[in-house]
Design a protein. Structure first.
Length: 733
């Protein structure tokens, strides 16, 4: 028996749990509040995609044979092959049956339907994929074929990472959702609610917290709440998470509270603690005397927003380490939807999720919800505490992979985290979201790579300097090129978020943006990307002050959700028409082909010629780097102690003592030679600058030390021996 049951409703990710409930459970542990968590989505998927699950599914679908498409008919005809192979394939995707990769790649093991038709166009891509990844990709196509069958013949709302998303996306009125919730249960509903019923009976909670991160979780959240109300009316239910935080801030419809007792906004720790106190430690059935924090509830048949607690929200250092216990971590499914190693990180592998900082240190982008707490309240975690939490999670989950889910990870904190990871000699792989700012020098990127950073993602958005300035992104295309080069050269993969249709964007700027993107991929400094069309949100500067951006919003009466706002751009341009061409071109660029195509070939309508110079990115990449180094910059030596050997050098009757320093790094052995006294000084400096040293020297201290003993520091620092050390791990960060 637990006080609280935490639920993530279907569906989010197949490969790793969404972290919201783990964050809350970690906090509840610090308050000794008993809680159990479940990811209902993965449990439904595993029941559905099993031998018994598919047997029942095909039997159910047989009643709809009159509606079968040719693709559905093919899948149904091969139902015995799907039923036979499903358990082994799921086990393979869970990492439990790696030898099956040979059979999957043989081409005669998995039944194939329409999803496999793309293989003729992608065979070239498999040269860069190993056997396991290729098999994962085939198995993913196989699951997507079954998913297509479910959508066509069983439940048209189904999707692996969303369910009935249309009902939740900017539903200004609750009418459509309310009507849908009074229809018969769908096939997926029945599976979900059966599992939910078993869990509630086992845990007997007093309070159920349902986290709704996305619109695609909303319908299932309401179905779960409806079931609990009907079958366990004594249990109180609350909704929190990303969806209510952004979309339900103007909630007025009392019908919502036929399903939920409370809806909390923004950081959930204190609101949940107060709800627990009200529900589990109050003998008063009228909760009006209780304290609440950012909580909607129903009073006298009206929706009220209670924020009467005087308690302050918890600092990030006080919220505890996320707790993934109760979740079936070994049951998640790794899938590879596209043959691109960077792109696959979102769906392949199990990642422990953490944040380096609450909010965004930049907080200026005009398309972003910078007026909301989750963006505007910036509070970083100390590097020591963050790495403490990483070590705790490694022990708890057995996983060494981390995805830092920051809005934009701060470069200075990334540096300190990397140093802390290396000092503790722990082995991790990690990736995060960044801004492409000039702080990411090649040396910093090398340090991040050494600590286990494998990839970064960041917003290039519209690859136009005029629009980047309008967005207040704080970067230029040239700067993005140089930063992505630094990451790529250090061995870190780079993904770019790309945007089209920003207010006042012209057709010429869209084509020019595509040309910039083409050049970045051709130069090899981007490995992955994704185009999305601009959406105006209610809590962004564009949404709050649309007249300043040349757009006219469509005003609707808000009683339920409010986030995405429909609008008219005064340019009158139909940006939808660019969607297919932009995405098709990017798909090819991500696989290293079709750079020679004229841009107009990607579109079925007339487009202007690009005005961008064909060597714009290459020119940006060869620009001379500034040699100005701040005295406060840290000097870090990633290598070990050299083997020193003295010798005498003679020239024109003069002789002097020299020393050869031999270094061994993980892949190479190299040597440098210096005058003996400078070599001995350098050995001492490298020891002091070692990444394992408690106190790292600064560039100013290095220069002062040299000039105390020798002359011409600049001549020494830019000499060939030091240049060699710089290549092998002597960093200035």
């Amino acid at each position: 028996m637990k006080d609280i049951l935490l639920i993530t409703p279907p569906f989010t990710q197949l490969n790793t749990p969404y972290p919201a409930t783990a964050y809350i459970k970690g906090f509840l542990n610090t308050k000794n509040i008993s809680a159990f968590q479940m990811d209902l989505g993965i449990e439904v998927i595993l029941e559905l995609f099993s031998k018994p699950g598919l047997t029942t599914l095909f039997r159910f679908a047989e009643n709809n044979k009159d509606c079968f498409t040719a693709n559905s008919l093919r899948i149904f005809s091969l139902k015995d092959d799907y039923i036979k192979t499903i358990d082994a394939t799921i086990a393979f995707l869970q990492g439990n049956n790696p030898t099956l990769a040979h059979q999957i790649c043989s081409g005669n093991f998995l039944p194939e339907a329409s999803r496999f038709e793309q293989l003729d166009d992608m065979e070239w891509a498999f040269g860069s994929m190993g056997l396991q990844d290729k098999a994962k990709h085939f198995a993913t196509l196989y699951l997507e074929d079954i998913s297509d069958f479910i959508v066509e013949c069983v439940d048209d709302n189904f999707g692996f990472s969303r369910y009935a998303e249309r009902l939740g996306r900017s539903a200004n009125s609750f009418d459509e959702m309310y009507a849908h919730l009074h229809k018969e249960l769908t096939y997926i509903d029945a599976i979900s609610l059966k599992i939910l019923d078993e869990k509630i009976k086992a845990q007997q909670p007093k309070l159920v917290l349902i986290s709704v991160p996305f619109p695609g979780n909303l319908y299932s959240a309401f179905r779960c709440a409806q079931y609990i109300k009907n079958h366990f009316p004594e249990i109180k239910i609350s909704m929190g998470g990303g969806f209510p935080n952004t979309e339900l801030r103007e909630l007025k419809d009392p019908r919502v509270f036929e399903f939920f007792d409370y809806i909390t906004l923004d950081d959930g720790e204190l609101p949940v603690e107060l709800l627990h106190s009200a529900v589990c430690h109050s003998d008063d059935s009228d909760f009006s005397s209780n304290e609440f924090k950012r909580t909607f509830l129903l009073e006298k048949e009206k929706v009220v927003y209670q924020n009467n607690s005087t308690k302050s929200d918890y600092k990030q250092s006080q919220v505890g380490t996320p707790d993934y216990s109760d979740l079936h971590l070994d049951k998640y499914i790794s899938v590879i939807e596209i043959a691109n190693p960077m792109h696959s990180l979102w769906s392949d592998g199990r990642w422990n999720k953490l944040t380096m900082a609450h909010g965004c240190y930049w907080g200026k982008c005009t398309f972003c919800d910078i007026s909301l707490d989750y963006i505007k309240l910036y509070e970083p975690v100390t590097a020591k505490l963050l790495v403490d939490r990483m070590e705790e999670l490694i022990l708890q989950t057995g996983e060494n992979g981390f995805h830092f889910v920051d809005e934009a990870a701060p470069p200075a904190l990334m540096r300190e985290v990397a140093l802390e990871i290396i000092k503790r000699k722990i082995t991790v792989s990690w990736w995060t979201n960044i801004r492409f700012e000039k702080s990411f020098t090649l040396d910093l990127c090398v340090l991040l790579k050494e600590s286990g950073c494998i990839a970064v993602s960041g917003g290039l958005e519209v690859a136009s300097d005029r629009l980047l300035a309008l967005i207040q992104k704080g970067v230029t295309v040239e700067q993005v090129a140089q930063v992505t080069r630094n990451f790529t050269e250090s061995g870190i993969m780079v993904h770019a978020y790309l945007m089209y249709g920003y207010p006042t964007q012209t057709v010429q700027e869209t084509i020019d943006s595509l040309e910039m993107v083409r050049q970045l991929f051709e130069a090899g400094v981007l490995q992955s990307g994704f185009w999305h069309q601009f959406a105006m949100t209610a809590h962004s500067p564009v949404g709050m002050f649309p007249e300043e951006f040349g757009i006219i919003p469509e005003q609707n009466s808000i009683t339920f959700a409010n986030n995405d706002i429909q609008f008219k751009d005064i340019t009158g341009i139909d940006h939808d028409q660019f969607s297919f061409g932009l995405k098709k071109s990017l798909f090819n660029y991500m696989h290293g082909i079709c750079f020679e195509y004229e841009l107009e070939e990607w579109f079925d309508f007339k487009t202007p010629q690009t005005s961008i110079s064909p060597d714009f990115i290459n020119v940006a990449l060869v620009k001379e780097v500034s040699f100005n180094t701040k005295p406060s910059a840290k000097i870090v030596w990633l290598g070990g102690t050299p083997i020193a050997e003295s010798f005498t050098k003679s020239k024109k009757g003069n002789s002097w003592e020299m020393m050869t320093l031999t270094f061994h790094d993980k892949t190479k052995t190299f040597e440098i030679s210096l005058e003996k006294d400078k070599a001995e000084w350098l050995i001492l400096i490298l020891e002091l600058a070692s990444v394992y040293n408690a106190k790292i020297h600064t560039f100013g201290q290095l220069k002062d030390s040299f000039e105390t003993n020798f002359n011409d520091f600049e001549l020494f620092w830019y000499s060939k021996p030091i240049a060699t050390l710089r290549q092998f791990g002597l960093l200035v960060i």
